[in-house]
Design a protein around this ligand. Structure first.
Ligand code: KIV
Ligand code: ZN
Length: 510
């Protein structure tokens, strides 16, 4: 059966989702999981975009060796040099360069003639080729481009050394039949097409990203670009898990295979959701909480008699745990270690000791420590760089009172404390932190999700905070959602502090 490659762009296009700001450690964690999932190419970022992006790509290229790592670059020398600098230690690097080819983009955005765009594309690919053999060229807004012009650009970049040609539906405008016919027409007009791989990259503005990508499979493309949970610019990108499970479940229709280890899908989806703070809608196909839930009596009866009556795939295929295995405060080191190993969480000894200590603290506050808690304990590593620590938190709020928070923080061995009022207890607590430290953060994203469904579930809060012009993310987990929020905000503060984006006003020490 024909094999189709999965190009994951969760860490590049997915990270462009409004409000998402991953740091290099978080990107690396996701990259390792994507490698476990079996993606063929992992787009790690857009190095010229920011020093943080550069660092993320550099570390992923250095540390994730069993997957081809790509970095994005506009079709100019500065971007390409920067992408190559970030990638050059990689085992199998790919430079992904792009320029827009549609009349609307060339005229209004680039303000260049088609001939100038053609020349710039060829020059860019030539330069990239002087660095590395594996070159992907994308024609941005391809689906709204003139098919003859696109054929000319593609023929030119193949001659210059491109090895993969990507046809993006950048604004999610295409429909499946139209997209398939367009790809066929472009391929017919491209000389040398048989020497390269053809890829598609679909956005979801009309909810058609997966359908358009699957239509492209039908006309013989070699690579699908997608993101975990479909995150990405605006309405997002084609969802990896939906593509993979459609190709697998309807193999009879598509006759292609991927290298994806489907049992890693649920874990990858949850990790991406937690680290980005982008909550998965309950009815999301494949990975939503309700994707395998049967509510109506007729359906339940059918499933109990024979699962295939209402289930077209089994949740075990995507690695969703049927029962959450329960550990509690009486569980010992051995049981916790064994369960973590079964879950594929192979922790180094000192990391396990740290996780186990936090497991015990959690088990004291919560009746059951579930699989989701174990993943969170393993993921949420205490940042070694943290210099500002939570000492105590006290909040008061209610229906007829002004929400107030008092915060004590430890910094350089001194306790700093202050109080503030706010619109609600979380707002009051964030304002109190800013007051204590003399900082001014603006919250641009806040999300709260329960780690699992139980009534004593831990809450996980993800925040994105703007300090000056810099966006930084933070996460906190606790059985108390105000505390989780404060821990998330403090993580963002610590990260901004380490990067020199904020200074701490020395005052108020007790
Ligand atoms: O949507 C798009 O066109 C892109 C390109 C850079 C591939 O993300
Ligand atoms: Zn895109």
């Amino acid at each position: 059966m024909r094999r189709i490659e999965i190009f994951d762009t969760t860490l590049r296009d997915g990270e462009q989702s409004p409000g998402v700001a991953l740091n290099a450690d978080e990107k690396l964690q996701i990259a390792h999981q994507l490698a476990k999932l079996g993606v063929n190419v992992l787009e790690a970022g857009f190095p010229i975009a920011s020093p943080g992006d550069f660092e993320g790509v550099r570390r992923i290229a250095q540390e994730v060796r069993n997957v081809s790592v790509a970095a994005l670059a506009r079709a100019n020398a500065k971007d390409i040099e920067c992408a190559w600098q970030a990638l050059s230690d990689g085992a199998s690097p790919r430079i992904h360069t792009f320029i827009a080819t549609s009349p609307i983009h060339m005229l209004h955005k680039l303000q260049k003639s088609p001939d100038e765009v053609l020349e710039q594309a060829i020059e860019a690919v030539r330069l990239a080729k002087s660095k590395v053999d594996n070159i992907e060229f994308s024609a941005e807004d391809a689906s709204r481009s003139d098919v003859d012009f696109l054929g000319k650009v593609f023929s030119g970049v193949i001659k210059a050394g491109a090895t993969v040609l990507n046809i993006p539906d950048t604004v999610g405008y295409s429909t499946p039949e139209e997209f398939a016919a367009f790809i066929r027409a472009v391929m017919q007009r491209t000389s040398g097409i048989e020497k390269v791989k053809v890829s598609v990259h679909c956005h979801n503005d009309l909810g058609l990203a997966v359908a358009n990508s699957l239509a492209a499979v039908g006309v013989g493309v070699h690579q699908l670009e997608c993101t975990v949970n479909g995150i990405g610019e605006r309405a997002g990108n084609a969802a990896l898990e939906e593509l993979v499970m459609a190709l697998r479940t309807r193999r009879d229709q598509y006759s292609v295979e991927t290298d994806i280890v489907t049992t890693e899908i649920a874990r990858t989806s949850q990790l991406v959701s937690r680290l980005t703070g982008m909550v998965i809608q309950h009815n999301k196909a494949i990975v939503g909480k309700n994707a395998f839930a049967h509510e109506s009596g007729i359906h339940q009866d059918g499933v109990l008699k024979e699962r295939s009556t209402y289930e077209i795939m089994s949740q075990s295929v995507i690695g969703m745990d049927v029962e959450s295995i329960v550990l509690g405060k009486h569980s010992g080191r051995h049981a916790v270690h064994q369960r973590m190993t079964e879950l594929g969480l192979d922790l180094a000894e000192d990391h396990f000791e740290d996780v186990f200590a936090r497991f015990k603290q959690l088990a004291d506050r919560k009746r059951e420590v579930t699989t989701a808690d174990l993943f969170s304990l393993a993921e949420v590593q205490k940042e070694k760089a943290d210099q500002i620590l939570l000492d105590y938190l006290q909040v008061s709020s209610g229906t007829h009172m002004v929400p107030t928070a008092t915060i004590g923080l430890m910094y350089q061995g001194q306790r700093l404390e202050d109080a503030a009022c706010g619109d609600g207890p979380v707002d009051a607590a964030f304002k109190a932190i800013d007051k204590v430290l003399g900082t001014k953060g603006t919250l641009s994203h806040y999300s709260l999700q329960a780690l699992d469904g139980g009534e004593d579930a831990q809450g996980e809060v993800a925040v994105t905070v703007k300090f000056g012009d810099n966006l930084v993310g933070g996460r906190g987990v606790s059985t108390d959602i105000i505390e989780a929020s404060v821990r998330g905000y403090l993580q963002a503060v610590n990260r901004a502090f380490v990067r020199g984006w904020i200074t701490i006003r020395e005052k108020n020490a007790s």
